[in-house]
Design a protein around this ligand. Structure first.
Ligand code: SIN
Ligand code: MN
Length: 273
């Protein structure tokens, strides 16, 4: 479960680390079958595309034991602790369901500006892990990354106002996202470092830094691309925006260090029939 020194060195140098076959087809199947149960109708946790299909389901662990267990599994918690270099808690948890022929793009962005500006998190001591529930490549919207951009801190970004959105936090969540990397800078860094497409079979995971430039395309296949994303933060780096905090499903408020489950198994009995 522990990352090797080589894996940590790769992550520190490049800002990401992909591991194939990290979850078995049976585990992925359990998580996939559970998805409909995480999606309550009219819940603020469920974000729709403009075309009405589900874009993201936030905080699946609020309603699903298997997703709760996933967030505490040694396979995720131990590497996250190694990368962050401290005890961790769960800052954000979502499933991005990029539906076949409906799933929209994610413009180039860094994640940390949202957490810094909206939540008041001071340092980029966060790591995200993305778990693909289907085989994923450039045709159905795999994550694209620009290696080494995590070393740049928060870069120049464009801010989009979305006056049509009634709640301000919603402007981060639609395909018209709020903070996007300045396009001139994006071109410079793409030329210098190249763009990596993180293709992977189902069950692959991708650990990535909060400041790495990333994006993903629309899903032009007729098949869904569901990806589970968990973001762990150092327990010494909690949000400081306590006056106007974002809802708990967007910015976790349980700052107790996560203790990994004693077992390494996602149990079958947690699966809904
Ligand atoms: C993200 O940037 O949060 C995820 C993008 C994706 O789901 O492809
Ligand atoms: Mn992102």
């Amino acid at each position: 479960m522990k990352l090797s020194n080589e894996q940590i060195a790769f992550y520190n140098e490049n800002g990401y680390l992909k591991i194939d076959n990290y979850f078995s087809p049976a585990e992925v199947g359990m998580l996939y079958n559970e998805l409909p149960h995480t999606c309550e109708e009219n819940s603020p946790r469920v974000i729709l595309e403009d075309n009405g299909s589900v874009r993201s389901v936030f905080a699946p662990h609020f309603v699903s034991e298997i997703y709760h267990r996933l967030s505490r599994l040694d396979r995720l918690v131990i590497p996250a602790r190694q990368i962050v270099g401290n005890k961790i808690y769960l800052h954000q948890y979502k499933v991005n369901s990029k539906k076949g022929l409906k799933g929209e793009w994610w413009e180039w962005h860094q994640d940390f500006p949202y957490w810094h500006i909206d939540d008041g998190i001071r340092n980029p001591d966060l790591v995200s892990v993305m778990l693909y529930l289907q085989d994923t490549d450039s045709s159905n919207g795999a994550l694209m990354l620009i290696p080494k951009t995590h070393k740049l801190g928060i870069v120049k970004f464009a801010v989009k106002d979305s006056p049509q959105k009634t709640k301000d936090y919603l402007s981060s969540l639609s395909s018209d996202i709020k903070f996007t990397v300045d396009h001139k800078l994006l071109k410079e860094l793409s030329l210098a470092n190249g763009i990596v497409t993180a293709s992977g079979k189902k069950g692959s995971v991708l650990f990535f830094h909060g400041n790495i430039f990333h994006a993903s395309n629309t899903n032009l296949t007729p098949f869904d691309r569901d990806a589970v994303l968990l973001t762990y933060n150092s327990i010494d780096n909690p949000p400081t925006n306590s006056l106007n905090p974002r809802p708990e499903f967007l910015a976790g408020r349980n700052f107790e260090p996560i203790e990994q489950l004693e077992t390494s198994i996602l149990y079958a009995e947690h699966q809904h029939e």
